[in-house]
Design a protein around this ligand. Structure first.
Ligand code: PXL
Length: 276
């Protein structure tokens, strides 16, 4: 059984980061080890939240796991809260990443805006960390901030391809841009592989809705599929289909929470996709 390490916060309520990554990766039949970077009462999109920083735990946990000889098949990072954490995660990748696939979701921003607490300087530092990845999974806003270019929601295919090449210039072997749409009723992922110098695009239905937490669901589902042996292209496509189903389940539920998607009800479909 594969074992991955995911490094991100735990938001007690909010259906994001670790509370999403753990169940999805477990459903893929992959052991999910966690390195929590902070404990928040909720994610930062709520009107108020507590934030307990666990930066000081990263090094001792890393040292102890290393001394025990524990290794990982992948390292998957999501929301990281400070420059210091970026440095510690970079050290973690140096230590455990040689035989592990490194997947970085540079969670920082969406819809043209940085999330509360992030700055353009942080985005530049995150871009540095992305240089160590095998695969990065930003959305268009995160990509724009990391490259220091204006957020351009009106794009064409040439623009996306050029952006992907610039992102690959940060150092990652493969780059996937999420939330890319060229037709009103379709949305998906555009990816680029430096090794083969090839692009891929996969899209499914675009719902006239947006929900919080879909980025974390997407990256976790892609990681689970990668660990199950699917190619990057197929893993990114499986994650598109699963994320759409999560959104559909949410839209069907008149009592759905405002802060996340009903990813739990779509887990059987995810497992079905992985077993095809
Ligand atoms: O879903 C991304 C995310 C993860 N963790 C925390 C967040 C957010 C987005 O706002 O605030 C704490």
């Amino acid at each position: 059984m594969k074992r991955i390490m995911t490094i991100q916060d735990i938001s007690c309520v909010g259906k994001c980061s670790l509370t999403v990554a753990l169940p999805i990766i477990s459903a893929a039949g992959v052991e999910a080890a966690v390195l929590p970077t902070a404990v928040l009462s909720t994610h930062t999109q709520f009107a108020k939240f507590t934030f307990c920083d666990l930066t000081g735990e990263i090094q001792p946990i890393s040292d102890t796991l290393d001394e025990l000889g524990i290794t990982f098949d992948a390292i998957y990072t999501g929301y990281l809260g400070s420059f210091e954490q970026l440095g510690l995660v970079s050290d973690f990748i140096d230590r455990f990443g040689k035989s592990a696939k490194v997947v970085i979701d540079p969670v920082m921003a969406d819809n043209g805006k940085l999330y509360t607490g992030f700055t353009p300087e942080f985005a530049k530092a995150m871009a540095g960390l992305c240089g160590k990845a095998d695969l990065i999974i930003p959305n268009l806003t995160e990509a724009s901030f990391m490259l220091g270019v204006p957020y351009q929601p009106d794009y064409d295919e040439e623009y996306i391809k050029a952006l992907l090449k610039q992102l690959a210039g940060l150092g990652a072997k493969e780059v996937a841009l999420t939330g890319i749409s060229f037709e009103e009723d379709k949305i998906g992922v555009y990816s680029y592989s430096k090794e083969t110098d090839t692009y891929a695009y996969y899209a499914n239905k675009k719902l006239p809705l947006t929900y919080h937490g879909t980025g974390d669901v997407y990256a976790s589902a892609a990681l689970g599929a990668l660990m199950r042996g699917f190619s990057t292209e197929d893993s990114l496509a499986i994650a598109v289909d699963y994320t759409l189903r999560c959104m559909e389940k949410t839209a069907e539920d008149p009592d759905h929470r405002f802060y996340g998607v009903n990813f739990e009800e779509a887990l059987p479909y995810y497992i079905e996709l992985l077993n095809r």
